[in-house]
Design a protein around this ligand. Structure first.
Ligand SMILES: Cc1cc2nc3c(=O)[nH]c(=O)nc-3n(C[C@H](O)[C@H](O)[C@H](O)COP(=O)(O)OP(=O)(O)OC[C@H]3O[C@@H](n4cnc5c(N)ncnc54)[C@H](O)[C@@H]3O)c2cc1C
Length: 399
C-alpha cells in the first residue's frame, strides 16, 4: 500500500496541455485508495448506514495513508499533492461509500482548506498541521437556519471583549460537527458592513459555550455526521480570528470555489460505483433467456451512464488542474459541481432501473447510491445557486 504523500514533486507531476490520462503516479494513488476502500470500508458500508454510525475507527487508517491532508504542503503536515490527486482520492472513497468521502471532504477542503487559504503562519502550524496529519478532525460552519443559500444573512455574532471574542448563535447542517476537534465558523463582527462584516473564527473542541446540537436524521450519507453547532457566550482568544476581520464571508467564497470541486468528485465517485454495479448486474441477470445486457434498452442506459461520467470527470479534472495552477476557479468549480451532481442523480436513478426490483432493496449497493447522490445537488450551494454563479461569471466576461 502506498502512502499517498511520498510522491514526486509537484513540478514533476505537471503535464503540459491536455492528455486526458492520469499519470502513472496518479494511477498508483487510485489503486492504493481503491484497495483501501474495498478492504476497509466496503464490508461495513451498510452496517454504518443502517445504524447511522459515524465510522470513527476509519479515521486513523485514512490518516496513516496520508488521506486526511492530500492537497496541503508537507511542511503543514499534508501529503504535498495537488487538487487533481485530492479529487481522485475523494472519487475513490465515494465509489465505495459517500459518507466516508464527505467526512474527508468537509475536513480537508472546507475546514483545513479555510485555514490554509486565510490562516497566519502560526494558525497553520497550530491548527492546519494536525488536521492535515489526521490527528485532529475539522468541521466548517457557515450555514444557519435562516442563512442557507443566502449565507450573507448570517446571524451568529462575535463581539470583541479585550483579548477575547465572544460568540453567540447557532449553525445548522455542519458536517463532522459532533466529532470535530477544530471548528471554523463564520460570525458577524460588524452588522452595518453587511457581508463585509462577517469574520471567520477557529474554535477548539472543549471550549466552554461551544457544543454540537441536534444530529440530523438524513435521507442519505447516513454514516456521516450532520449537526447543529451552538455558541453560547463562547470565549475564544483574540488571535483565533481567521483571516482579516470582515473578510470571513469573502474567504468562504474562495474556500467554496475549491470545495465545490470535491463535491463534483464525490458525485463522480458515487456515479461510478452505481454504474459499475449496473454493468455487472446487467451481465449476470437473465430474463427472456438472455442477460439483460443484451437488450438495447439496457445498453443505452449503460452507454449514457458511461458517457456522462466521463464528461463529469473532465469538468472535474479541469477545475482541479486550474486550482493547482493557482487560478481562480469560481466558474469551473461551479460547472463541475453542477454537472457532476445532476449527472450522479441521473446515473443513480438509471442504476436502480437496471436492477429492477432488486435496485429497490438494500442488498444491492445502488439503493444507497440513489439516496446518497442527492446531496450533491444541494451541499456547498444548490444547483440553482451554481447556475446563478456560472451565469454571473459568463455575463461579466467575454464568453
Ligand atoms: C448533508 C449535508 C451536509 C452539509 N454540510 C455543511 C457543512 O459542513 N457546512 C455548512 O456550512 N453547510 C453545510 N450544509 C448546508 C448546505 O450547504 C445548504 O443546505 C445549502 O447551501 C442550501 O441551503 P438551504 O438548505 O438553507 O436551502 P435554501 O437556501 O433555503 O434553498 C431552498 C431552495 O431555494 C432555492 N434558492 C434559494 N435561493 C435562490 C436563488 N437566489 N435563486 C434561485 N433559487 C434559490 C435553492 O436552490 C433551493 O432549491 C450541508 C447540508 C447537507 C444537507
Amino acid at each position: 500500500m502506498l502512502y499517498v504523500g511520498r510522491a514526486t514533486s509537484r513540478t514533476d507531476r505537471r503535464r503540459d496541455g491536455l492528455n486526458f490520462r492520469y499519470s502513472e503516479e496518479q494511477e498508483g494513488i487510485r489503486r492504493s485508495v481503491r484497495e483501501f476502500a474495498e478492504n476497509e470500508i466496503r464490508p461495513h458500508v451498510m452496517e454504518w448506514d443502517e445504524a447511522q454510525r459515524f465510522p470513527s475507527e476509519i479515521l486513523p487508517k485514512l490518516a496513516s495513508l496520508g488521506l486526511m491532508g492530500v492537497p496541503f504542503p508537507a511542511e503543514y503536515g499534508g501529503a504535498g499533492l495537488g487538487y487533481a490527486e485530492y479529487t481522485l482520492v475523494i472519487e475513490e472513497l465515494a465509489r465505495v461509500d459517500g459518507s466516508v468521502a464527505i467526512i474527508v471532504a468537509a475536513h480537508s477542503s472546507l475546514s483545513a482548506g479555510h485555514i490554509y487559504v486565510a490562516g497566519t503562519e502560526e494558525q497553520k502550524r497550530k491548527y492546519l498541521a494536525p488536521l492535515a496529519r489526521g490527528e485532529k478532525l475539522g468541521c466548517w460552519s457557515l450555514t444557519e437556519p435562516h442563512a442557507g443559500s443566502d449565507a450573507g444573512g448570517t446571524r451568529t455574532t462575535a463581539r470583541l471583549d479585550s483579548d477575547h471574542w465572544i460568540l453567540n448563535g447557532a449553525k445548522t447542517f455542519t458536517s463532522n460537527g459532533t466529532y470535530a476537534d477544530v471548528c471554523v465558523a463564520m460570525a458577524v463582527t460588524d452588522k452595518a458592513a453587511g457581508k463585509r462584516g462577517i469574520s471567520a473564527f477557529i474554535i477548539e473542541k472543549g471550549t466552554p459555550g461551544f457544543r454540537a446540537g441536534k444530529k440530523e436524521n438524513k435521507l442519505g450519507l447516513r454514516a456521516s455526521d450532520t449537526t447543529e453547532v451552538i455558541f453560547e457566550d463562547c470565549r475564544i482568544p483574540r488571535e483565533n480570528c481567521l483571516g482579516e476581520p470582515g473578510q470571513g464571508f469573502v474567504d468562504s467564497l474562495r474556500v467554496l470555489d475549491r470545495g465545490r470541486i470535491s463535491i463534483a468528485a464525490l458525485a463522480l465517485g458515487m456515479a461510478q460505483g452505481a454504474y459499475e454495479a449496473s454493468l455487472s448486474y446487467a451481465r449476470e441477470r437473465r430474463q427472456f433467456g438472455k442477460p439483460i445486457a443484451e437488450f438495447q434498452a439496457i445498453q443505452w442506459k449503460l452507454a449514457d451512464m458511461a458517457t456522462e461520467i466521463d464528461a463529469a470527470r473532465f469538468l472535474t479534472l479541469r477545475a482541479a488542474e486550474l486550482a493547482d495552477r493557482g487560478c481562480r476557479v469560481t466558474r469551473e468549480g461551479s460547472m463541475a459541481k453542477l454537472y457532476a451532481g445532476e449527472m450522479a442523480v441521473r446515473v443513480a436513478n438509471e442504476a436502480v432501473q437496471v436492477h429492477g426490483g432488486y435496485g429497490f432493496i438494500k442488498d444491492y449497493p445502488v439503493e444507497k447510491f440513489y439516496r446518497d447522490v442527492k446531496l450533491c445537488t444541494i451541499g456547498e450551494g444548490t444547483s440553482e445557486i451554481q447556475r446563478l454563479v456560472i451565469a454571473r461569471e459568463i455575463l461579466k466576461s467575454s464568453g
